[in-house]
Design a protein around this ligand. Structure first.
Ligand SMILES: NC(=O)c1ccc[n+]([C@@H]2O[C@H](COP(=O)([O-])OP(=O)(O)OC[C@H]3O[C@@H](n4cnc5c(N)ncnc54)[C@H](OP(=O)(O)O)[C@@H]3O)[C@@H](O)[C@H]2O)c1
Length: 320
């Protein structure tokens, strides 16, 4: 089969297709014929910085998510031809992932879906919408009465979060670095758009949020904790601000009284969450968002765009 194999850290332009043997099926794992796969920032970080580390099982086929059909169901309850999405659990890091025509994946991370979406639209869903869904409904317990502020709203997860939050009737305030994105954010469903000057707590807001999805991360997290009304909830899911931890974290002084701080890590998808996502998407006619589509042959070009940004949304690899 055709695959992209990473032997260590390299430049985007060094990525190329090679032929490797079709994986052999084993108990607890299923063989998936991949039709499309979303690209993720973590895959650029893997290629640039992590592939030389001991905890990455090189040589490795990268790719933390994909969509496709079961080619061999092994000992699982799935059947050949079932339409599936798959994500996370070590995919593309501990075992070969989705930059390939086929992948052997643990059945725990493979989910059968009933949908009429085309392969490219379907590929926009797994990691992005699971992260948005988990942050909003497991992290923030979001409901129709809530006013949600999303920091980093122009990101792919941010835009998906706007769609899902509006689907349950919440009021959404989208925060972005530039007003040039406001028209797009309103079109995605945001009720209000504000500039994120990293000091939102000092701004007079159109409505006061009782919940905040923090995608900029530790860089603005404390400001989010000061912005939310009480009782209020803040979920830290992203690190767009490139600050990866809170230094000298003193919870007593850092977290204001009456404010609840949580986080979300997408490594543990569940059938309940995946079913919840597809129910919301289908009941509310949500169009999964993506910006660019590349073939597997154009992996170098796709990774260059992934690394340098500017795609304006999810990049999808098509294997067909
Ligand atoms: N916790 C988890 O398990 C998990 C899972 C998936 C993703 N994530 C994280 O969630 C975040 C979003 O991921 P994504 O894939 O949706 O990102 P993405 O689509 O690559 O988002 C990139 C966009 O974010 C905006 N942005 C960049 N830096 C920003 C900043 N400092 N402040 C505000 N906006 C900024 C930029 O838009 P403009 O140029 O328009 O400002 C940029 O085009 C990332 O930090 C990612 O690592 C976490």
């Amino acid at each position: 089969m055709k695959a992209v194999v990473l032997k260590g850290c390299c430049k985007a332009e060094e990525l190329k297709i090679t032929d490797i043997p079709l994986p052999e099926v084993k108990a607890g794992w299923v063989l998936v014929k991949i039709y499309a796969a979303g690209l993720n920032h973590s895959e650029a970080l893997l290629r640039m910085f992590e592939a030389d580390q001991d905890y990455i099982n090189t040589p490795i086929v990268p790719g933390i998510e994909c969509v496709g059909e079961i080619a061999d169901a092994s000992d699982s309850s799935l059947a050949v031809g079932d339409k599936i999405i798959a994500l996370m659990g070590g995919m593309g890091r501990s075992f070969n992932g989705s930059y390939a025509e086929y992948a052997l994946l643990p059945v725990s991370n493979v989910f059968k879906v009933e949908t009429n979406l085309d392969w490219i639209s379907l590929a926009a869903i797994p990691e992005t919408y699971f992260t948005a869904y988990g942050s909003l409904f497991e992290g923030l317990l979001l409901n129709a009465k809530d006013t949600l502020l999303i920091r980093g709203a122009t990101s792919t997860v941010g835009q998906a979060s706007i769609q899902l939050a509006k689907a349950v009737g919440a009021t959404v305030v989208a925060a972005a670095r530039s007003s040039s994105s406001f028209e797009k954010l309103h079109a995605t469903g945001a009720d209000h758009c504000i500039i994120d000057d990293e000091q939102i707590s000092k701004q007079k807001l159109p409505v006061t949020p009782n919940k905040i999805l923090e995608l900029v991360g530790p860089k603005t997290l404390h400001d989010s904790l000061l912005t939310v009304s009480k009782p209020g909830y803040v979920c830290n899911t992203g690190v767009l601000g490139n600050v990866f931890a809170v230094q000298k974290f003193d919870p007593i002084k850092y977290i204001p009284n009456g404010v609840f701080l949580t986080g979300f890590f997408s490594n543990y998808p569940t059938p309940e969450a995946i079913n919840g996502i597809f129910r919301l998407i289908s009941e509310n006619n949500i169009k999964p968002l993506y910006s660019r589509v590349f073939t597997l042959n154009d992996i170098a070009q796709a990774h260059t765009l992934l690394e340098h940004g500017g795609a304006g949304g999810k990049i999808i690899l098509s294997m067909v």
